[in-house]
Design a protein around this ligand. Structure first.
Ligand code: UDP
Length: 499
């Protein structure tokens, strides 16, 4: 005869459905979240776009790695854009409408037809972890009686700055006009000074300027559809049962506390990439880390780094979406060369726009780069940032890159491009004080000075603070740390949702 608890143990585990927006910066942390759930022996279904699935199969071992977990499955659906669509820069914003118009109806159909993915071996889904940008999720979950957990891949501060939209508007701190493109023309903004301090976001008074508000606010018209979309997605957070943040109390404790007064239960479990590494070393070898690169990683850069002196290289990468003009590429290159520092630059093949985009680096500059620098199309970034030769990171301040740099103890030079990046970079320079923020400029002299300051003049001060913050962040995901405990609580919470 079996007891009640035996019966319970024989029943299939919770079945978590994960649905990220189909871009690199959301795919990475949500796939790592899936890995963590697999380690907790949950069943996981991961929605991925056909295009990203093809690229993962081509460039990573993710599929093979997940085959170790029989409870894991990918389900792929079209993202609604044609194959030849670039899916980068502001074009990536088109994914918001194409996912809503094409992917979501197909997803709903699949859920109904397949009885919410129930099978002999697995329960129908017991909880839906939806990307915070998927605004259909609350209605879908309410209609079908499924608990919703909202996953926010960016910071609490970004969330909070968007959540306070009505107060910003009431205080006339927005709109302030501008240009969604990263703008070197901000000086020409009429009316309000970009350096004016923002007063209506509790927890950020005294250091957040208009210039540091999320890039989505850089519009003339507050009815701008992208701004409206992100505000609407954030404001409906109360319809989720819980929120997962890829951040931690040590980085943003005060903001998380502010946020908690208004939103449902918050689980800050970040940095997720470190949480996975830590949990893996408990159960499996480090070699089991799953990467989600949508481009082929050029590992030759690790050999090159091996030959460089400690902390001598500045790593340059602007993430998966940023577009640069050829003029901007040249300003950065001249700044780097004049600074006399060694550098490793990730220049994605599709990342330069405008005339001469196919051949952005003139031959004479290529000659000057030789020996001093290396250009690659895509790098194994976590490995690069943790390499002893790397002493600085010139970044677009995407949240994954920022967290990876913080965890690796590498100071940053921030050149934000869009969205949350404008806010992240301010936290790097003014709150954590682990780098410099050169937003809204693109001038070789400013770039050269920032590199010299970070790699030479103020090197010790930046290194010391970065090393200390890295230790703090590593502690938070280690046994007894807040992110470690929050993860355990989240696992219990997901179990409690199973009827
Ligand atoms: N990345 C990488 N190799 C590269 C450049 C970026 O693996 O050469 C990864 C990086 O480690 C990060 C992600 O791509 O996890 C970029 O996400 P982020 O949020 O920093 O920026 P986004 O691409 O969303 O703008």
């Amino acid at each position: 005869m079996t007891s009640d608890s035996d019966q319970q143990n024989l029943r299939p585990p919770p079945h978590v459905l994960i649905f990220p927006m189909p871009v690199q910066g959301h795919l990475n942390p949500m796939l790592k979240l899936a890995h963590l759930l697999c380690l907790a022996e949950f069943h996981v279904t991961f929605i991925i776009s056909d295009s990203n699935h093809r690229r993962l199969l081509q460039h990573t071992t993710a599929s093979a790695a997940f085959s170790r977990y029989p409870g894991f499955q990918f389900r792929s659906l079209p993202d609604g854009l044609p194959d030849n669509h670039p899916r980068r820069g502001h074009g990536a914003m088109e994914l918001m409408s194409s996912v809503a118009n094409v992917t979501v109806p197909l997803f709903k159909k699949m859920m109904i037809q397949e009885n919410f993915l129930a099978s002999a071996a697995r329960r129908s889904i017991t909880c839906f972890v939806a990307d915070g940008l998927l605004s259909f999720a609350p209605d879908f979950c309410e209609e079908n009686g499924i608990p919703l957990i909202c996953f926010r891949p960016a910071t609490a501060s970004y969330f909070w700055a968007i959540y306070r939209f009505p107060q910003l508007l009431q205080a006339q701190e927005i709109p302030f006009g501008g240009d969604m493109n990263i703008s070197i023309f901000v000086k020409d903004f009429v009316g309000k000074s970009m350096d004016g301090l923002i007063e209506s976001i509790p927890g950020m008074e005294g250091f957040l300027r208009r210039r540091d508000l999320p890039g989505f606010y850089r519009v003339d018209d507050i009815n701008d559809p992208t701004l409206k979309g992100v505000v609407a997605a954030v404001r409906q957070i109360n319809r989720a049962q819980a929120v997962i943040l890829n951040s931690c109390e040590d980085l943003e404790g005060q903001i998380v506390a502010e946020m908690q007064n208004y939103v449902p239960r918050v689980f800050s479990i970040g940095p997720i990439h470190e949480q996975v590494k830590y949990r893996l070393t408990e159960k499996e070898a480090e070699s089991s880390i799953i990467t989600a690169s949508l481009w082929a990683e050029d590992r030759s850069c690790i050999d090159w780094l091996d030959a460089q002196p400690p902390k001598s290289v500045i790593y340059v990468s602007f993430g998966s979406l940023t577009l640069l003009t050829r003029e901007q590429v040249l300003e950065f290159l001249h700044g780097l060369l004049e600074s006399s520092q060694r550098f490793l630059w990730v220049m994605r093949p599709d990342s330069v726009t405008g005339s001469n985009a196919e051949d952005p680096v003139p031959a004479e500059l290529m000659e000057r780069i030789k020996g001093k620098g290396l250009l690659v199309e895509w790098a194994p970034q976590e490995k690069v940032l943790n390499h002893p030769a790397v002493g600085g990171f010139m970044t677009h301040s995407g949240w994954n890159s920022t967290l990876e740099s913080i965890a690796a103890g590498v100071p940053m030079i921030c050149w934000p491009y869009l969205g949350d990046q404008q806010t992240n970079s301010r936290f790097v320079s003014e709150v954590w004080k682990i780098g410099l923020d050169i937003k809204d400029t693109c001038d070789r002299k400013i770039i050269e000075k920032a590199i010299r300051d970070e790699m030479e003049v103020r090197k010790d001060e930046f290194m010391e603070r970065s090393t200390n913050l890295a230790k703090l962040v590593k502690r938070t995901i280690s046994k007894g740390g807040s992110s470690y405990n929050n993860w355990d609580d989240l696992i219990q919470y997901i179990k409690s949702l199973v009827i």
